[in-house]
Design a protein around this ligand. Structure first.
Ligand code: THU
Length: 139
C-alpha cells in the first residue's frame, strides 16, 4: 500500500498541468502484481484533458492487462499534498469497466502515513458496468 502511494507521488512529478496547476498521480496494481502509473495531462482546449487515473488504466489496458486489484491516487495544487484527491466521475466509470466494484480498492493519500481506503462500490454505488449489458442475466 505504501509502495503504491510512493509510486503515485513519483508519477505526479510528470503531470502536465499548465492550466490548473493541479497535479495528480496514480499507481494501479494488477492482480498479478504489476504496477502502472499515470499523471494528468491537460490540453489548451480543456476537454481533451486526461486524468491521472485514466492515464494509468489506459496504459495498463493497452499493454494487455485486464485484472486490477487497487489504485493509489494523490494530488494537489503545484504538487503539494494538502488534501485527499478522489477520482472524478469519469474515472470511476472507467474503473467500473475493468474492476469488480466490491473488491477493487482505492487508496487516497496525503502521504505514506495518511491513507484513506475505500472500494469502488463505495465511490460509485449502483454503477453501470459490463454486466448490465448481458442479456438474460439476473446478475
Ligand atoms: N484530475 C485528475 O487527474 N484526477 C482526478 O481524479 C481529479 C482531477 C485532474 C484533471 C485536471 O488536470 C486537474 O486535475 C484539475 O481538475
Amino acid at each position: 500500500m505504501k509502495e503504491l502511494v510512493l509510486k503515485a507521488i513519483k508519477a505526479m512529478e510528470q503531470a502536465y498541468t499548465p492550466y490548473s496547476h493541479f497535479q495528480v498521480g496514480a499507481a494501479l496494481l494488477t492482480e498479478e502484481g504489476r504496477i502502472y502509473t499515470g499523471c494528468n495531462i491537460e490540453n489548451a482546449a480543456y476537454t481533451p484533458t486526461n486524468c491521472a487515473e485514466r492515464t494509468a488504466f489506459f496504459k495498463a489496458v493497452s499493454e494487455g492487462e485486464r485484472n486490477f486489484k487497487a489504485i493509489a491516487i494523490v494530488g494537489g495544487k503545484d504538487g503539494v499534498l494538502t488534501t485527499y484527491t478522489p477520482p472524478c466521475g469519469v474515472c470511476r466509470q472507467v474503473m467500473m469497466e475493468f474492476c469488480n466494484p466490491k473488491t477493487f480498492r482505492i487508496f487516497l493519500a496525503k502521504s505514506t502515513e495518511e491513507i484513506r481506503e475505500m472500494t469502488l462500490e463505495e465511490l460509485l454505488p449502483q454503477g453501470f458496468g459490463p454486466m448490465d449489458l448481458k442479456e438474460g442475466d439476473d446478475k
